[in-house]
Design a protein around this ligand. Structure first.
Ligand code: ADP
Ligand code: MG
Length: 447
């Protein structure tokens, strides 16, 4: 699957790109207008200057005593002129010119009005019925520079606008999506079994219906699961009494039956009934484990609970369970004592049932809250091992069982946010089976 794109990144880039393009479009438009207006202004200045100079030149030429060489109008100091001009008569004789007017500029025969050469904008006008002409030239580079500067002035703000737009969009989107991020966090932090509605204040209108739909879904899921659990628990409970009554009847029947096939059959029925009773017992345990309430309000010390269960087993079964406790006085964790009992009984029951009879079952608890139940016996293949914690999955089919023991253990372990690992062969041995559960330590209650 492609990684989903960040809305923040997309909007930031998209808006910035859009703004840049629009700005560039606007700049080009504005620049064309400015260039046109500049040309008009320059042209009118050129024309104006020619019209001013011409009458003065005509006066000056008329008052000369003798025909002299073309005169350079004296300037106060040498300077770089923007404008160069030349006044001539109808034969082309130069009567007057500005100090840097070179013949190169006015090489072309001029027509009245505006014209362009490669480097100059020219304007020419006549007076005294076409006997005196003025030609005036302005370098085009001057206009080009003005146009270039106008373009830069229009483009310069873009340099600042791009980072501002990126940052601004990023911030703005981040602020706008704050509640969505809060929603995401609220979903992320909840535990696997938490099906309560997710409430986050003021989600955007686009997301709100989605959150509502999710809550509806959660609600339906919760109801379905509750129904299932209570059904399991109720049916297991309802089965108890009739099962016990039938068991008592069949035991009587077995006693009363004469030696022979009838008694054998009664014995078989009795063991089937016992199996059924165990199954309903396991179903009740599973329903309790799935029903929640596995955490206790006050932290429990695991050491006395563990010692109690192990004692009980050692007392009932002839086999030894070796118990190793930490030197530390107590190991506190927030687990319901009943749930802990169910968990431990299922593990020890398995170890006794499937472990090698000539080897002890080892139960140990460390001060870090690591509980281990290990036994000898043939190792379980890896492929089977992974599936053993699923409901109704069993390894060896020789001995009877429901396949629920490890599923119950896993449910309880998840419910108290601990972790469980199965290993076979048991660590540090060539064979055997080990279940290790790491509990979260709770702070020692004061007092
Ligand atoms: N301590 C153990 N040693 C060897 N195999 C085990 C042990 N505990 C569980 N198993 C295997 O895991 C399977 C599932 O166990 P469990 O869920 O308790 O169901 P059940 O005991 O009813 O079969 C067992 O059938 C057995 O093959
Ligand atoms: Mg079992």
């Amino acid at each position: 699957m492609k990684p989903s794109a960040s809305l923040q990144k997309r909007l930031g880039l998209g808006l910035t790109l859009g703004m840049t393009l629009l700005w560039l479009g606007g700049t080009v438009g504005a620049w064309l207008v400015v260039q046109h207006e500049l040309n008009e202004a320059f042209d009118s200045a050129l024309e104006e200057t020619a019209q001013r100079i011409l009458p003065l030149a005509v006066l000056e030429i008329g008052s000369r005593e003798q025909e002299s060489e073309a005169q350079h109008v004296p300037t106060l100091r040498m300077h770089q002129e923007y404008l160069a001009y030349r006044v001539r008569d109808a034969e082309g004789k130069v009567l007057m010119q500005s100090h840097d007017a070179s013949p190169k500029i006015f090489s072309r025969p001029s027509s009245e009005g505006f014209s362009n050469t490669e480097k100059y904008r020219l304007y020419s006008a006549s007076a005294r019925h076409g006997t005196v002409f003025i030609e005036i030239a302005e370098p085009l580079s001057h206009r080009r520079e003005a146009a270039r500067e106008a373009l830069f002035a229009l483009l310069l703000p873009l340099l600042a606008l791009i980072p501002i737009s990126l940052l601004g969009t990023w911030l703005f989107v981040r602020i706008s999506l704050r509640s969505v991020l809060a929603y995401r966090r609220a979903v992320e932090v909840r535990g696997a079994g938490d099906l309560s509605p997710i409430t986050v204040a003021r989600l955007p209108a686009e997301i709100d219906p989605l959150a509502e739909a999710v809550n509806h879904l959660l609600e339906r899921l919760r109801k379905a699961l509750e129904t299932e659990r209570s059904f399991t628990a109720n049916s297991a409970h309802e089965l108890r009494t009739p099962l016990a009554a039938t068991l008592a009847q069949i035991q009587r029947l077995r006693h009363e039956a004469p030696e022979g096939p009838l008694r054998v059959r009664a014995t078989k029925i009795e063991s089937s009934l016992r199996e059924l009773t165990r199954l309903s017992e396991k179903l009740m345990q599973l329903a309790k484990a799935e029903g929640g309430g596995l955490l206790s309000e006050t932290p429990q010390d695991l050491i006395p609970l563990l010692a109690h269960v192990v004692d009980e087993w050692n007392h009932n079964s002839g086999r030894r369970i070796e118990l190793q406790l930490p030197t530390q006085a107590s190991v506190f964790t927030a687990i319901d004592p009943d749930a802990f009992g169910i968990l431990l009984r299922n593990l020890i029951e398995n170890a006794l049932k499937y472990g090698a009879t000539d080897q002890p079952v080892e139960v140990s608890l460390t001060s870090q809250g690591l509980l281990r139940v290990a036994n000898g016996g043939a190792a379980v293949p890896e492929s089977v091992l992974q599936r053993l914690t699923e409901r109704f999955v069993r390894g060896s089919s020789e001995s009877s069982g429901s396949g629920l023991g490890l599923a119950i253990a896993k449910t309880i372990v998840h419910g108290v946010k601990a972790s469980m690992t199965l290993a076979s062969p048991a660590p540090g041995r060539a064979d055997g089976f080990e279940v290790a559960i790491q509990f979260h330590l709770a702070p020692t209650p004061s007092g």
